[in-house]
Design a protein around this ligand. Structure first.
Ligand code: ACM
Length: 264
């Protein structure tokens, strides 16, 4: 079964929720697809200066404007969305992503491996690497940005049955896009890395985000990769069931050939 997936690469404006959510809505409202992935912290921007501004823009998912807006879009367009955003729950703040489905259900992942100053603002995620059903029952695993550096993240999602890894990102290091070819190949899963573009500038600090959002197939081939600066939505047709085959040849299988006693 062909499945149309893609990324929405754009430049969130730091702490400007209204502008960001309107940009996000506009980019997808007339787009027909099965699964679209947005960047990490898409509603808020990234380079925070103090805890209060993170707390103020974080959303309680029990009463979240972003989830309400994307649940409506999801139903109208019959498309699943993955959105990265700051979450608050019971006084704790998480760097989260949420899968929102046409039936109104949503599922949350809280970033496990926090990068750099994120450790000042966010609690480490406590969800683990779970796999959820998106539109048409396709199994989607969620991870966020720096999780790429720990191969256990993608491996755990694969062992939990992911056919597609939805990877929301705000990448500043130059290596992830290439590394994700290996994450896809070694797990025989599709990966969708949705990165942001542009800069966040605050006082004398500046971070440049590397764009190049991409979709990679189960053999590590790049199906598309955007450039570093463009703000656009890009889609491609994939066959998620190909990821169910973990055979490398008639002797080798990615799951059965793991020698776990030596992995300690
Ligand atoms: C990152 O994890 N946002 C670099």
């Amino acid at each position: 079964m062909s499945y149309k997936v893609g990324v929405c690469q754009f430049k969130p404006e730091l702490l400007n929720y209204k502008k960001n959510i309107n940009t996000m809505k506009k980019m997808v409202e007339n787009t027909s697809a099965d699964l679209i992935v947005f960047p990490e912290l898409a509603t808020s921007g990234y380079l925070f200066s103090n805890q209060k501004e993170v707390n103020d823009i974080a959303e309680d998912f029990k009463n979240s404007e972003t989830i309400r807006i994307f649940a409506e879009l999801s139903k109208k367009n019959n498309c699943s969305y993955v959105v990265g955003l700051p979450e608050k729950d019971d006084g704790k703040i998480f760097n989260s992503s949420v899968l929102i489905n046409p039936d109104g259900k949503y599922f949350t992942y809280r970033k496990t491996h926090l990068f750099y100053e994120e450790k000042l603002w966010f609690q480490p995620g406590n969800t683990g690497f779970n796999v959820f059903e998106a539109k048409n029952g396709i199994k989607v695993g969620l991870m966020i940005c720096f999780d790429w550096m720990f191969p256990e993240s993608a491996r755990t999602l694969m062992l939990n049955g992911a056919q597609i890894i939805a990877h929301s990102a705000n990448l500043v290091l130059p290596w992830c896009q290439q590394a994700m070819l290996t994450r896809s190949l070694e797990n025989s899963v599709y990966s969708i890395t949705a990165n942001r573009t542009g800069k966040d500038i605050v006082n004398n600090k500046e971070l440049f985000f590397t764009g190049q959002s991409q979709v990679v197939d189960t053999k590590g081939n790049i199906l598309f990769r955007l450039d570093e600066v463009e703000e656009s939505i890009k889609l491609v047709d994939i066959e998620p069931n190909i990821s169910n085959n973990k055979d490398i040849n008639e002797f080798n299988n990615l799951i059965n050939d793991r020698i776990t006693k030596y992995y300690k």
